[in-house]
Write a protein that binds this ligand. Structure first.
Ligand SMILES: [Mg+2]
Length: 205
């Protein structure tokens, strides 16, 4: 794997990558009466407006509860501090709602690290490449100058669709066992590994 130290901008997924909000998507789908194994937003998009609105009430309740109990994944604050010292811009692209994303970033006091935050309300969501391309446009960078870091195959697919490098972050799990690994250009099991991938240097965070 080639290092990513030459990159000019870093884009993160939020839930499961930087933040543990304990969202149980399997339980959420069950309570909403949705099919297992298929992402929630895609299933909601197929429903009538009334049916979708009723299920969104359940979705928002779970997301709000997640935001209230959210914690930083161990080492995320040190990673963000270290990357911020490098001076490269950072962004978040999340399928969470704007309201909950803002609440979570404020609660965990990490919002100041990101100069762009794009949520599902802002435009086509992952795996659509729109958010990555929009960030590149605002940063005035090409897609090969940014990287998408995420814990889920939709993060990796959005990077693939945009044409930018990607890092599958697995928080200790063997990347080969995590969906999306086959399309990720890079993987990292811990934040130290991710930091060295993004900014290789002698000292460690
Ligand atoms: Mg995630």
């Amino acid at each position: 794997m080639t290092a990513l130290s030459h990159l000019k901008g870093i884009i993160f997924d939020m839930d499961g990558t930087l933040v543990d909000s304990g969202l149980d998507f399997t339980a959420m789908r069950a309570e909403m009466g949705l099919r297992p194994g298929i992402p929630i937003l895609e299933q909601l998009a197929e429903l009538s407006q009334a049916d979708r609105a009723a299920k969104e009430v359940i979705l928002h309740r779970h997301e709000l509860e997640g935001a209230k109990r959210a914690s930083l994944i161990d080492g995320a604050d040190r990673l963000l501090q270290a990357l911020a010292r490098e001076g490269r811009p950072m962004a978040i692209v999340t399928r969470n709602s704007t309201e909950n994303t803002r609440r979570t970033l404020k609660f965990l006091n990490i919002g100041h690290y990101f100069d762009i935050v794009i949520c599902r309300d802002d435009g086509p969501h992952k795996p659509d490449p729109w958010a990555i391309l929009e960030i590149c446009r605002r940063w005035q960078m090409t897609v090969d100058e940014v990287v998408m870091v995420g814990d889920y195959e939709l993060d990796i697919q959005s990077a693939l669709n945009a044409g930018c490098p990607s890092v599958l972050f697995t928080e200790g799990k063997n990347p080969a066992t995590v969906e999306g690994n086959e399309h990720a250009t890079h993987s990292a099991t811990h934040f130290d590994e991710l930091y060295h991938l993004l900014a290789p240097r002698e000292d460690s965070i």
